[in-house]
Structure formats: C-alpha cells, structure tokens
Design a protein around this ligand. Structure first.
Ligand SMILES: Cc1cc2nc3c(=O)[nH]c(=O)nc-3n(C[C@H](O)[C@H](O)[C@H](O)COP(=O)(O)O)c2cc1C
Length: 388
C-alpha cells in the first residue's frame, strides 16, 4: 500500500471521525471502488460472477484460458450486458518451447492411470488407446485478437508475459496489464516489461502456480513462497508498481493485513468458488468446500496437468505417490491423460478421483451471492479500522 495510506490506516489514535478503507494505487488505476478482485478460475468463472463482483465495486475476471475466439467474444458480450464497470480477461501465456518427454515416460504415467481406473472399477477407458493431441491447439493468438478488438479494461495473465509487440498494442489501447509473479525475481521481470500491476501469488493459493522463471518440475521446491514473505520482499522493489495479493485471503482480516504489508488490492479465488454465481464447479466439489471437516488438507501437485497446482488431497493424488515426480509429463500431455479420469469421476460422483482445486484457507468458504461477499468484507474491514 502507498505509504501515505498506510500511515492513514494505522494512525487511528488522534482521529475521532470514522475511518473508511482508503483508496489504493490499484483502485485509482482502474477507478473502481474497492481493492477486491475475483480471481480468474479457468474454466469455472461465469459471466454473472464476473459482472456481480464488478457491480459490487470490485473487479471481476473472465478466465478465458480455454476459450476460442467465438466463446470469448460471447462471454464478453454476456458480461457487458450485466455490467458497465471494468472487468479483466485472464489468459495463460503459452510456453515459448514446449517441454518434451520420452515414450517411456508416457507409458509409465499411463500405467499408473490404468491402475487407478481399475481401483475405480472403470472398464470403459483404456489409457493406452487414448489419442493425444500434440502439439496442443493454440488459442492464444485469437484470444489476444479479441481482447484488442474489444478494448478490454484489463488483461491479466499467468505462466509468463506477452511479447513486447502485444504489450505495446495494449498500451496504445490503454488496456491495463496485470502479470502473475510467485517470486521477487518474477515480480521484478514483470515490472521491467511494463506491467501496470502485479499479482503476487503466495504458495497458499488454490489452482496453478503462475511461476515462469522455474521449470515446472522445479517449481514446487523453488517457487513456493508464502504470501506474507513474498509481499514484504516485493513491496521494497523499485519502481513501485501496485501489488495484488493472492493466496489464502478469505476475509477482512486478510484484506487489511495484505494492505498493511504493501498490497494495493487482494485477489480471491477459493472464496468465490462457493458463491451463488459459481455454477460451473461440480456440486460435489462445492459441497465439500462448504463442509471443511471432511477435507484433510490441500497439497501442491503436478499430477493433474504437469504444472504445479494446489488442490484438496485425494486418493488420486495419493496413488501417484509411488511415481517419481520427475517422470510426470509436460503440461500438454499430462493434462490430457489426467483429465480423462477426472471427467469420469466428476460425472459419476467419485469425489476422491476428481480435480478438487482449493487454496489452503478453504475452511472460510461461504455460500453467499458474490456481491455480498464483497460488501461483507468491506463492511468488516471498516469496522476493524474503527476498532470495533
Ligand atoms: C479453481 C481455480 C482455477 C484457477 N484458474 C486460474 C486461471 O485461469 N488463471 C489465473 O491466473 N489464476 C488461476 N487461479 C489462481 C487464482 O488466480 C489465485 O491465484 C488463487 O485463487 C488465489 O488463492 P485462493 O484460491 O486461496 O484465493 C485459479 C485458482 C483456482 C482455485
């Protein structure tokens, strides 16, 4: 948070009138009311979720990573029908050189998955017969086309950063750029390429790690920094760029502590997974998040997509324990194989074999409309600021 605002917030002693959450660099950048961002969550965000968060004074985000040109255009149209406020579109940056693997590695993963299918009593899927799409379909160029044509307010991204050509086109159109960093070094790189704000993703965060300066197989060990440490290190960097804190933030205490540590906004994913507008999440996953006593813990794993991601610990993750993690396949292949099982599991309500994404602070999930989530946090934050 800007130093002036920090002292304003912390120096309550002599001020008698009631204090309100101050504007931050991020809210001023986008001219929005509150420093709360609904995290992009591919493929689970709905137009209603995005629009209702923006309408409540925060910033909604369309998770567009898996959308083609027509789907993305239709999604934007739907959100624009529901709100005139700014919202973000989030993309996955494709790798410049896709990772490769050997046929032996593919065979080894298929073997584990076939064993799991046997445990699940599934006879209709044989991993050895699965046709893999390689190289994967590249949607990135058409997604960028749509974003430029539609002059979206904010382009946020993860797993890297756009080319200098795309960055300068966005700047010309005043599209604000928000990159994702998981280490101070990544934060510095995103500052250098001209990001208008940087989302710092602590290791508590649900979903994929946005890391891009480590190889996927090294990320869990090398780029898993807790949010408080990440924020306090990046807040010292210069030149100052508005920082967005993400990972395990679920309430007003999370918001205020992040602002004090140097953030200009917070980004919440898991909290919005159980909102009323979050209708694409399988109902068994939503129910589980609302009944946290049934959850053992969350872990970072590469078994779903080859990239490290945080989700609820399940039997599926446990079954992979026998496998040396260095044999897990690259993103484009591991994700196709693992998805077969998770899709089947979701359809047949086999919770222990589904992909159950969640951040570490899952026990504070609530079933509420998105607007109320935003309003309750702001109201509570104002109470805390006034010592109530
Ligand atoms: C189900 C799920 C899907 C996600 N998908 C994306 C995505 O498409 N793009 C992205 O930048 N971040 C994605 N994330 C990460 C979020 O942006 C954010 O870092 C994270 O949710 C913050 O941690 P929290 O879940 O504890 O709030 C996803 C997170 C979850 C839980």
């Amino acid at each position: 948070m800007d130093n002036v605002l920090k002292s304003q917030m912390l120096s309550g002693v002599h001020i008698k009138e009631s204090k309100l959450l101050p504007k931050t660099l991020f809210t001023k950048l986008l001219n929005i009311q509150y420093p709360i961002i609904q995290a992009p969550m591919s493929p689970l965000t709905t137009p209603e979720l995005v629009a209702n968060v923006s309408n409540a004074g925060g910033l909604g985000s369309i998770a567009a990573a898996r959308m083609n040109r027509q789907q993305l255009k239709a999604e934007i149209d739907k959100v624009r029908l529901l709100t005139s406020k700014p919202f973000a579109i989030n993309l996955f940056i494709p790798p410049s050189t896709p990772d490769t693997c050997t046929q032996d590695d593919v065979r080894a993963v298929k073997e584990v998955l076939n064993r799991i299918l046997t445990r699940m009593n599934v006879t209709s899927i044989d991993m050895n017969k699965l046709k893999l799409i390689n190289p994967p379909v590249n949607l990135y160029d058409e997604q960028i086309d749509v974003i430029l044509q539609e002059r979206i307010s904010v382009l946020s991204f993860t797993f890297g950063y756009p080319s200098s050509d795309i960055i300068s086109k966005c700047k010309k159109l005043r599209i604000k750029l928000v990159g994702t960093a998981t280490t101070p070094r990544e934060c510095l790189r995103l500052t250098e390429i001209g990001c208008d704000a940087i989302c710092l993703q602590g290791s508590e965060a649900g979903g994929h790690r946005g890391s891009f300066l480590t190889k996927d197989k090294d990320t869990i060990e090398q780029s898993s920094i807790g949010l408080a440490s990440l924020l306090s290190q990046c807040a010292q960097q210069s030149p100052p760029v508005p920082l967005i804190a993400a990972g395990g933030i679920m309430d007003a205490h999370g918001l205020i502590s992040c602002l004090v540590l140097g953030a200009s906004a917070i980004q919440m994913g898991t909290k919005f997974l159980t909102s009323d507008e979050s209708t694409l999440i399988p109902s068994a996953h939503k129910q589980l998040l609302l009944d946290p006593s049934k959850i053992e813990t969350t872990v970072l794993t590469r078994i779903y997509t080859g990239k490290p991601a945080r989700g609820i610990y399940t039997q599926l993750i446990d079954e992979f324990k026998t496998m040396d993690p260095k044999h897990i396949l690259p993103w484009n292949i591991q994700s196709q194989l693992a998805l077969e099982i998770s899709r089947y599991a979701a359809k047949h309500h086999q919770l222990d074999f589904m992909q159950l994404w969640a951040g570490q602070n899952y026990s504070k999930c609530e079933k509420k409309p998105a607007k109320q989530i935003v309003e309750d946090i702001i109201q509570e934050a104002n109470k805390i600021l006034n010592g109530n």
